[in-house]
Design a protein around this ligand. Structure first.
Ligand code: ADP
Ligand code: MN
Ligand code: MN
Ligand code: MN
Length: 333
């Protein structure tokens, strides 16, 4: 019997890289190996020199096709077998190796908005829904739009072997969240990209699309973020390390903001549970700060902190690399 491997990779789209995939039919005694694609169609090569290489890095059960079929997360290489410039996983692997002894864990909260007919799912054809308030964690046909897609996505993540930690309806109608983790740097990033692919793919069957745009609707509507929670061996046992980690992110604020996703200035305005992108702040329980120390962590005097700055459209390989580098280098001082 043959089976199918869906090869999934990240393209060269600007300003935000997007997911691509194609199917390979394999004989049952074949393993998914190196493959290739036309980089001139993904902003990763020119027509005269178009071949790019797909290298499998993480394999999951395919919950949609079932059986022996698999989903294969790939990184993109040049034909020289060196990482392609758009491959952000390779630099993360280097930083993760350098700081492996700190045993960093990440839990990422992925917010997103369903779209249909050019507007958020459930929104009226003209005008606006009622103001934000009943939708966050809401229940009922007038509060929650698209729950059947959320449930199908959660089932699929669990069946694939993705460490999905939870889901909730968000503040803007048609907006939802799922969390992945806690996991190490490469695993959380591979799994978040795979969970995103499953979300786009499953919503497709409902004729709904998914946007990770940072501020999909301007005005008095929440943007979409990807709060990134993290801990190290040290923060999981010591309050001093928690404070050190939160302080270390301050001097590197601009570098992080520049790499936390397109359109961050529209989202981090200082309103809608955000701190302005112009400032860095941290605080216990503070949802208007750049970094929040959860209440329970302050009680326990150990645990993790939440970087609230990353956009929904951020690249986890990049965000996880920057946090690991900034925090672990400070912990070593
Ligand atoms: P909230 O919406 O209140 O900000 P969530 O429950 O959505 O919080 O997300 C909390 C996240 O924190 C989850 O993704 C979880 O995996 C993560 N997390 C919990 N403990 C740790 C830890 N020790 N290190 C890193 N991440 C953690
Ligand atoms: Mn959350
Ligand atoms: Mn949220
Ligand atoms: Mn959060």
């Amino acid at each position: 019997m043959v089976y199918r491997a869906e090869y999934i990779w990240i393209d060269g789209a600007e300003p935000t890289q997007q997911l691509r995939s194609k199917t390979k039919v394999l004989d049952d005694d074949d393993k998914p190996g190196i493959w290739g694609f036309d980089g001139s169609s993904t902003n990763q090569a020119t027509g005269e020199n178009s071949d790019c290489v797909l290298k499998p890095v993480a394999t999951f059960a395919d919950p949609l096709r079932g059986g022996a079929n698999i989903l294969v997360m790939c990184e993109v290489l040049l034909v020289s077998m060196k990482p392609h410039p758009t491959n952000k996983r390779a630099p993360l692997a280097t930083v993760a190796r350098k700081y492996a002894k700190h045993d960093t864990w990440f839990g990422i909260e992925q917010e997103y908005v369903f779209l249909q007919d050019g507007r958020p799912l459930g929104w009226p054809e003209t005008g606006f829904p009622g103001p934000q308030f009943p939708y966050y964690c809401g229940v009922g046909a007038a509060e929650a739009y698209g729950r059947e897609i959320v449930e199908a996505h959660t089932d699929a993540c669990i069946a694939a072997g993705i460490k999905i930690a939870g889901t909730n309806a968000e503040v803007m109608p048609g907006q939802w969240e799922f969390q992945v983790g806690p996991l190490g740097p490469l695993d959380v990033s591979d799994q978040l990209w795979m969970a995103r692919w499953l979300l786009h793919r499953i919503a497709e069957d409902f004729e709904v699309s998914v946007t990770l745009a940072a501020k999909p609707v301007p005005g008095d509507w929440n943007g979409s973020g990807a709060h990134t929670n993290f801990s190290t061996k040290e923060t999981r046992t010591s309050w001093t390390a928690i404070e050190k980690a939160a302080k270390a992110l301050g001097p590197k604020h601009n570098l992080h903001i520049a790499n936390y996703g397109h359109g961050i200035e529209q989202r981090l305005t200082g309103a809608h549970e955000t701190e302005s992108y112009k400032n860095y702040s941290y605080g216990i329980s503070h949802r208007g700060a750049s970094v929040r120390i959860p209440w329970q962590v302050a009680v326990d005097r150990k645990g993790y902190i939440e970087d609230r700055r990353p956009n929904a459209n951020m690249d986890p390989y990049t965000v996880v690399r920057l946090i690991t580098d900034t925090v672990c280098s400070a912990l070593e001082k």
